[in-house]
Design a protein around this ligand. Structure first.
Ligand code: UTP
Length: 228
């Protein structure tokens, strides 16, 4: 089974501050334990706190949104390199910088790990495009909450988690916030891509890396996006 795994940038940072080496190690170990013959993984990593800090600083310095996006792209690529370091021999040694390159390097039998690729989108859009490009049978979006909620659960702890959500409903939940570093959960771009190709998608918590294997094995976990 071919699957794309998106790792939310926030997962890589401890309490939204320093890089969390123990987490990155445990994620690497968990991914190394996934049988590569059974599950062919391709990964995308977000920018996290570092990207937001660089973007906010550049913006204060008068940089354009596209310039800020370029910074986010680079930081996400650096985060991808950390995952590559954690995966060792199993990973393709460089983050592909285009979809074409990604599609080619997935033939190498190594796990590819990407960051950003082009301004105007989030790494969720990269993951959706990659899943589409390589005909992945599953897209797993590992984030820092248990799935999609009726409201931001960090702001409202009584928010309800959905077991399933239609792509149409999800679109309604997303505010169209398209400034650099501002894409929450999913940006519209990413939703439109998974919607047009009806890519089976699960949003789950990556805080426990074991959740990834559970999703690959078909367990009911996180929030499943439906297309009916
Ligand atoms: P993300 O927004 O995807 O990372 O990329 P994040 O903030 O860590 O989000 P999650 O937690 O993974 O979902 C950081 C920034 O990099 C730019 C955007 O400005 C984005 O907000 N970026 C990233 C691009 O412009 N293009 C890309 O292909 C990827």
């Amino acid at each position: 089974m071919k699957a794309v795994l998106k790792i939310g940038g926030s997962l890589l940072f401890q309490n939204e501050s320093r890089l969390d080496v123990e987490y990155i190690k445990s994620l690497g170990k968990e991914i190394q334990s996934i049988p590569p013959k059974k599950f062919q993984l391709a990964m995308v990593v977000g920018g996290g706190r570092a990207a937001r800090e660089y973007i906010a600083t550049a913006r204060q310095l008068g940089a354009s949104e596209a310039f800020c996006d370029e910074l986010g792209i680079e930081i996400a690529r650096q985060n991808a390199r950390l995952l590559i370091a954690a995966l060792g021999e199993m990973a393709y040694p460089v983050p592909p910088s285009t979809l074409e390159e990604a599609a080619t390097t997935t033939m190498s039998n190594k796990i590819i790990v990407m960051g950003g690729i082009q301004p105007g989108q989030s790494t969720n859009a990269v993951a959706a495009l990659l899943a589409e490009r390589i005909n992945a049978e599953l897209l797993i979006n590992a984030t820092d909450v248990e799935g999609v909620y009726s409201e931001d659960p960090k702001i409202n702890p009584t928010a309800i988690k959905y077991e399933e959500i239609s792509v149409k409903h999800l679109k309604g939940l997303i505010k169209d916030e398209s400034r650099a570093g501002k894409y929450e959960l999913f940006d519209l771009n990413a939703i439109n891509i998974i919607g047009r190709s009806k890519i089976p998608t699960i949003i789950l918590s990556g805080r426990d890396p074991k959740n990834i294997m559970k999703a690959l094995q078909g367990a009911k976990i996180g929030t499943k996006i439906t297309y009916t």
